[in-house]
Write a protein that binds this ligand. Structure first.
Ligand SMILES: [Zn+2]
Length: 391
């Protein structure tokens, strides 16, 4: 394929045209990017999921064997079903300097600008490489990026910086809470309600466990640990759904609920869930098993997004802040892939065009001005990496 020269807007239009809703394949978009890069002589590594219907793309531009910078973006978007759009979500349109389409802000905008900057990267005489890291399935639990982080962790040279281009209005974000979700199941013993003491009421044991979870949440809210950079400044624990019981005259044999822990970096959610498990196993299960040894409680992790936190005065954070022109870095509440890259040993900052408020909504848009800001940001980043010591 010949070199295709596409501006950020044209590139974004192409990317929006691929319906990459998380439950669908992203391979058409990935092969478009792969061909585009190939046109410039850049080869890509694809990391597939087990169905081979989705893939991450990892490509290196510039000298190898030197710590470079990762530009990270997820290729999947959230569904449009049930949303009222005024135009086709997968055909980008421009109106009053705003570009409308699913994924314009979250987060094909950043990917488009990064790809459009490829010729500039190649002409600049980079002293350290740029890596494009495009993932699948971010919106359903940061699944794909785990493969990329693993790939990076297994390389001899660790990049010196990762920029995750989620929409932050080009403000540097240096931390967010981790999210850990759990499925809780109480298996009781069914019987007629007139014989209640001979059964094991799953709903009642579920209620006791939820009451205990609430007491843990209250304690953390009161006693911490605290990190005042976050709002709220403590780890939060919450039960979002409960199911159980079929009729009033039946002792229910099953109660299910979902538990979510959003943790500050100082706290490991595993310790909290262990405390909850301990209560279930030591205080509730013996009472249940006294009546029927088949009964019991399981608490299983479902999806989780690790948190991340980098000091605002870390050289990587100071550097990204200087490129962005922002006067300070912030912590936010929404989760990203940053924690995975950070855990792989790459200092990571989240900074990208568009506003998170537009993400996941009907008539999602990005302002042209945001794409331009991102272009300037990346130009400064490219020119910094033409020096022996970018920062
Ligand atoms: Zn996103």
């Amino acid at each position: 394929m010949a070199k295709a020269k596409l501006g950020s807007t044209e590139m974004l239009e192409r990317l929006i045209g691929f319906d990459t809703t998380s439950h669908l394949s992203n391979l058409e978009l990935i092969s478009f990017v792969q061909n585009y890069l190939e046109g410039y002589g850049i080869s890509s590594e694809l990391i597939y999921d087990e169905t081979k219907k989705k893939a991450n793309l990892y490509a290196t531009i510039g000298p190898k064997g030197i710590p470079g910078v990762v530009l990270s973006g997820h290729t999947d978007v959230v569904p449009v079903e049930g949303q009222k759009w005024d135009s086709d979500p997968f055909a980008m349109i421009e109106k009053n300097n705003l570009l409308y389409g699913r994924g314009t802000s979250d987060m094909k905008g950043f990917i488009a600008v990064a790809l459009a900057k490829l010729p500039e990267m190649l002409d600049a005489g980079l002293k350290a490489p740029f890596h494009f890291a495009l993932s699948y399935d971010e919106e359903v639990g940061c699944i794909g990026a785990r493969g990329i982080a693993d790939h990076i962790a297994h390389q001899e040279i660790t990049p010196r910086l990762c920029i995750v281009g989620e929409p932050t209005s080009m403000k540097p974000i240096t931390g967010h809470k981790g999210v850990a979700d759990y499925d809780c199941r109480i298996h009781g013993k069914e019987c007629h309600s007139s014989l209640a003491p001979y059964g094991v009421n799953a709903v009642e044991y579920g209620a006791e466990l939820i009451a205990h979870i609430k007491s843990v949440a209250r304690r953390m809210q009161k006693e911490g640990p605290f990190n005042q950079e976050f709002d709220p400044p403590c780890t939060t624990v919450h039960v979002g759904t409960v199911k159980g019981g079929t009729a009033l005259n039946i002792v229910p044999n099953l109660c299910e609920f979902e538990l979510e822990i959003r943790s500050i970096p100082e706290q490991n959610p595993e310790e909290i869930v262990d405390e909850i498990r301990d209560y279930a196993w030591r205080h509730l299960e013996p009472l249940m098993k006294d009546i029927d040894p088949q009964t019991g409680i399981t608490i299983q992790e479902t999806v989780g997004v690790p948190g991340f936190n980098i000091a605002n005065d870390h050289p990587a954070a100071v550097f990204v802040q200087s490129l962005s022109g922002a006067n300070r870095a912030e912590k936010v509440s929404f989760g990203t892939e940053a924690g995975l890259f950070h855990a792989a040993g790459v200092p990571t900052v989240v900074c990208g065009p568009g506003n998170i408020e537009q993400a996941h909504r009907p008539n999602e848009f990005i302002a042209l001005e945001q794409l331009e800001k991102c272009e300037h940001f990346l130009s400064r980043l490219i020119s910094a990496f033409t020096k022996e010591n970018p920062y």
